[in-house]
Design a protein around this ligand. Structure first.
Ligand code: SF4
Length: 694
């Protein structure tokens, strides 16, 4: 009986960056069911994860007490049974566990300590986390999963338009007549956004899908460009070459709002469609047609995902997309814009809040003395380093080198999410002191010295920011199990034990402090978020719901001009050879979220997709003598896994697609840790692989 509930609370879905607003219906202290409500991004819609993926909150394996590693525990490894952890850990009081965590960090101190914050936590919790590392240890070794997600997109956007966030909400597709979706599979990864894209196509909008893998949006596409993996720059430069050759660019816009055009134009000369077609595998005529369609649009948007960003040339890929929008003047008006579809529900907010080793909140550089002193004035503390800190993968290397010996991990799971994950697991095992704060005994928590039981989204108060720059209020519907606590409370108690003078008693006080040095939050107050539910930044007045479209009259760069940065062709790092003849690409699937820590503990979602699987083309399966449902062995230079094979015509015959949510066949045992030089993002989307029948 759906009318039979005790209370209903409005909050935000904890999964993807779409940031759907939900109504949580509670009965007997548990969430009974979830409905979509009329949030600015979702307009009442939800996908299967938002609607049915909430029951992990009540899973029997929730952490309910602080745990400390036993003196007689077996050697650290991926060896803890989450239902029987007593062999490795003992229960502790909060006081003992927090003292243990803080004393271990203090003993090592300074640059020997690093932190991974979380895009699953609130803005306030992200802000407090970076503050602990910077104020408590005097340096910037703090990062989070943006490094594995859109770091290269942000690097290109910061460089060329002066801001790392989207220039328009995805809902602006309602006003567009052409849209490119490249290196993204929104039907699986941003499903509610995908419903807007499909409606756009049904209304007659031209949807240009570009992806090495076929996908459900293909059915709605006016153009489907299934290009060769890793050849984005060739394809995009060829399209821009046509726009230049046929003089389809917007000279007026270029003159008014950009710089470096002549250099870009000259650079594109050699990227002829005929030459590039041979590299990217898309016919020259199709490239020309796409160029004319995009340049001829009244309003055109570009959406991209990790198929663009997770390459050693990820920043170059994004530079091309930015250049394409700039040369055609497709920014700053309704139905135009650049939109990297953000992954985790609060990866935009966590990045804005400063969980980045090179930036303080609002992307203010740590190297700027004035910026640092503005923060230390508010924090009433001494200065911290002006040097960029280490990134996620650099921190693991520094552990191997003995430079980092203590790590504080909040809500992240590097034992599953890092590339070449055995390297990361070895690093976690080598640490002298690992503090893990989470809701489950994750794969990373297997290696912990102390585990602090935290809260799920439906148990806490705080703001989150979605892919659209919409700051939204998350509200608690149920209480945390046992002695588990809200993350901000744990951070405050830990900070006090580190000797920091923190007196916060509620997240609203943290939000008020954030506003002092974050102009993006101007006109956005806690009270407004409580009453309005969401405000988009920038908001221009106390009653402005926020600007869906930005940069209508210049950019936040020198002279207000955006920049063209030419991109050249760079081959992937780990190319196929006779030993590893195929291409491995990894990603997510509709039912499972990232490393699976939540969705694999959701009854419905795990019931829909219970087993690790990889996708192969039917001709590849035939060649291997394997039938769908049987097992194959995938090997790269880093390692090997055995996994069930699926037949999938969307994958080309020389490719394997592998979701990364499954610990029993962890995709990242295989992936390449080589990184993009600007965004420092690993090349998850391309590794040479051998596939064999088992
Ligand atoms: Fe949640 Fe994303 Fe699905 Fe919306 S689209 S319900 S935010 S997972």
């Amino acid at each position: 009986d759906r009318a039979d509930f005790d209370s209903e609370v409005d909050s935000i879905c904890p999964f993807c960056g779409v940031g759907c607003q939900v109504s949580l219906k509670v009965k007997g202290g548990k969430i009974k069911y979830v409905e979509g409500i009329n949030g600015p991004a979702n307009e009442g819609r939800l996908c299967v994860k938002g609607r049915f993926g909430f029951d992990y909150i009540h899973h029997q394996h929730r952490l309910t007490k602080p745990l400390i590693r036993r003196d007689d525990a077996p050697a650290k490894g991926l060896n803890v049974d989450p239902g029987n952890w007593h062999t490795h850990f003992r229960e502790a009081s909060w006081d003992e566990a927090l003292d243990f965590a803080a004393n271990g960090m203090k003993k090592i101190g300074g640059r020997g300590v690093a932190g991974f914050g979380s895009a699953k936590c609130t803005n306030e919790e992200a802000y407090l986390f970076q503050k602990i590392i910077r104020q408590g240890f005097g340096h910037n070794n703090v990062d989070h999963c943006t490094r594995l997600c859109h770091a290269s997109s942000v690097a290109a956007l910061m460089e060329n338009v002066g801001s790392g966030a989207v220039t328009a909400t995805f809902n602006q597709i309602d006003n567009a007549d052409v849209a490119i979706v490249i290196g993204a599979n929104p039907t699986e990864n941003h499903p509610v956004a995908a419903t807007f894209f499909k409606q756009f196509a049904k209304r007659g909008g031209k949807l240009i899908v570009m992806d090495p893998r076929g996908q459900a949006l293909k059915r709605h596409a006016s153009h489907m460009l299934q290009f060769r993996p890793g050849t984005d720059v060739s394809m995009l430069n060829a399209i821009m070459h046509v726009i230049v050759e046929e003089k389809l660019f917007d000279q007026q816009y270029i003159e008014a709002y950009t710089e470096n055009w002549e250099i870009e134009k000259a650079h594109l000369k050699t990227f002829t469609t005929e030459k590039m077609a041979k590299i990217c595998g898309i016919e020259a005529d199709v490239l020309r047609d796409v160029a004319r369609t995009f340049a001829g649009a009244k309003g055109a948007m570009i959406f991209w995902g990790m198929g663009v960003s997770q390459h050693i040339h990820g920043t170059d890929n994004s530079r091309c997309l930015i250049s394409l929008a700039l040369m055609t003047g497709q920014i700053g008006r309704p139905g135009t814009g650049l939109h990297p579809l953000r992954g985790q529900n609060n990866v935009q907010g966590a990045s804005d809040a400063g969980l980045i080793p090179m930036f303080l909140p609002d992307y203010q550089p740590v190297s700027d003395d004035g910026v640092r002193s503005a923060f230390t004035e508010v924090w009433k503390s001494g200065d911290f380093s002006n040097q960029k800190g280490l990134t996620v993968t650099e921190i693991m290397d520094a552990v191997h080198d003995g430079d980092i010996r203590s790590l504080y991990v909040l809500g992240e799971n590097p034992a599953m999410s890092d590339p070449d994950v055995d390297h990361a697991r070895d690093a976690l095992a080598q640490l002298d002191h690992l503090v893990v704060q989470d809701i489950f005994l994750t794969e990373t928590a297997n290696f912990a010295d102390v585990i602090l039981p935290a809260s799920a989204f439906a148990e806490k108060t705080g703001t989150v920011t979605n892919t659209n720059r919409q700051v939204q209020m998350g509200r608690p519907a149920v209480t945390p199990p046992g002695e588990a606590k809200e993350d901000w409370w744990i951070e405050v108690e830990l900070a006090k034990r580190l000797g920091l003078d923190w007196t916060y008693t509620h997240p609203s006080e943290v939000f008020a402090e954030m506003k002092l040095n974050m102009s993006s939050l101007n006109n956005i107050t806690w009270d407004r978020l409580q009453s309005e539910g969401a405000v988009t930044y920038p908001s221009l007045s106390p009653v402005d719901p926020g600007q869906d479209i930005v940069f209508g009259d210049g950019f936040p760069r020198q002279d207000g001009r955006a920049r063209f940065t030419p991109a050249s062709i760079i081959a992937p790092d780990d190319v196929p050879d006779e030993n590893y003849p195929m291409i491995l690409t990894t990603g997510r699937q509709l039912e499972h979220w990232h490393t699976g820590s939540m969705t694999r503990r959701s009854h419905v979602l795990d019931g829909l997709e219970p087993e690790a699987n990889c996708s192969l083309h039917p001709s590849t399966l035939r060649k291997l003598g394997v039938t769908a449902g049987e097992y194959v062995r995938l090997s790269t230079k880093r390692g090997a896994i055995e996994i069930m094979a699926r037949e999938d015509r969307a994958v080309s015959p020389d490719m394997v697609f592998l979701p990364f949510a499954y610990v029993e066949a962890a995709a990242n045992i295989l992936t390449n840790p080589a990184v993009d030089p600007y965004g420092k993002i690993p090349e998850f989307k391309y590794s040479a692989v051998k596939v064999e029948a088992v």
